[in-house]
Design a protein around this ligand. Structure first.
Ligand SMILES: C[S@@+](CC[C@H](N)C(=O)[O-])C[C@H]1O[C@@H](n2cnc3c(N)ncnc32)[C@H](O)[C@@H]1O
Length: 196
C-alpha cells in the first residue's frame, strides 16, 4: 500500500500538507483551516481500513480530502469504496478537486451535507473514520455503532488533543459492551473501537 502510492496522490497530499501548514502559520480560524490528520495518522488509518471486514466504508469530516486519500489506498487494494461527508461548501469543493485530479472519483463518493442526517441509513458499516466537530462525536458514535458489522472498526480523531471536550463520548465508548475500545497515542490521539 505505502510502497506504490500513485504520483498524483503523493503530489496532492504534499500540496494539502503545505496548505494546512501555511494556514496554521497565518493564524486562520479553525473553521477556515483544513485541520487534517498528520501523515502518520493517515498511514495508521489506511492500515486499519485495510484490515476491516467487508462492508461500507465511511468518513465523517472530509475537509480537503487528505485523510480520504490515505483511506483510498486501502479501498483500492480491496476493491472497496469510501463514502465521505462534508458539510462546508468550500471544503467540499476542494475535496472534489482532490478526488478528480487524483483519479479517485470511482473510489471515493463525496456527500455534501451534515453526516448526522445520513448515518442511520448507512448499514453494514465495516469502517468509519470520525473527524467532525467535537460536539458531534457522541451523536455520530451512537448512530454508527449499531450499524457496524461484527469486526467493524470505528476510529475517532483528536481524543488526546481534545480529551476534555470528548470526555462524554470517550466514557461511553470505553465502557460500551458492544465494542472493544482503546486510545492509541498516535498523532492527536485515536480512539479505535472494534464491534464485537
Ligand atoms: C478536522 S476536519 C477533517 C479533516 C480530514 N478528516 C482530514 O484529515 O483530511 C473536520 C471537517 O468536518 C466537517 N464537518 C464537521 N461536522 C460535520 C458534519 N456533521 N457532517 C459533515 N461534515 C462535518 C468540517 O466542515 C471540517 O471540514
Amino acid at each position: 500500500m505505502f510502497h506504490n502510492i500513485p504520483q498524483a496522490i503523493k503530489e496532492r497530499m504534499a500540496y494539502l500538507e503545505s496548505l494546512d501548514k501555511q494556514d496554521r502559520l497565518a493564524g486562520k480560524s479553525p473553521l477556515e483551516r483544513l485541520r487534517q490528520v498528520p501523515p502518520e495518522t493517515g498511514k495508521f488509518l489506511a492500515l486499519l481500513a485495510a484490515s476491516a471486514p467487508e462492508g461500507t466504508y465511511l468518513e465523517i469530516g472530509t475537509s480537503g480530502g487528505y485523510s480520504a486519500m490515505w483511506l483510498s489506498l486501502a479501498c483500492k487494494e480491496l476493491g472497496r469504496k469510501l463514502i465521505t461527508f462534508e458539510v462546508l461548501e468550500e471544503k467540499a469543493n476542494l475535496a472534489r478537486e482532490t478526488f478528480k485530479i487524483t483519479g479517485l472519483e470511482n473510489v471515493v463518493e463525496l456527500v455534501f451535507g451534515d453526516a448526522k442526517k445520513y448515518l442511520q441509513n448507512c448499514k453494514n458499516v465495516a469502517f468509519c473514520f470520525l473527524d467532525a466537530e467535537k460536539e458531534e462525536y457522541l451523536d455520530c458514535y451512537e448512530k454508527v455503532v449499531p450499524n457496524l458489522v461484527s469486526g467493524g472498526i470505528l476510529v475517532a480523531d483528536n481524543v488526546i488533543s481534545h480529551k476534555e471536550v470528548l470526555e462524554p463520548m470517550l466514557e461511553r465508548a470505553l465502557k460500551d459492551v458492544r465494542v472493544d475500545a482503546l486510545i492509541v497515542p498516535i498523532g492527536r490521539g485515536e480512539l479505535v473501537c472494534r464491534k464485537i
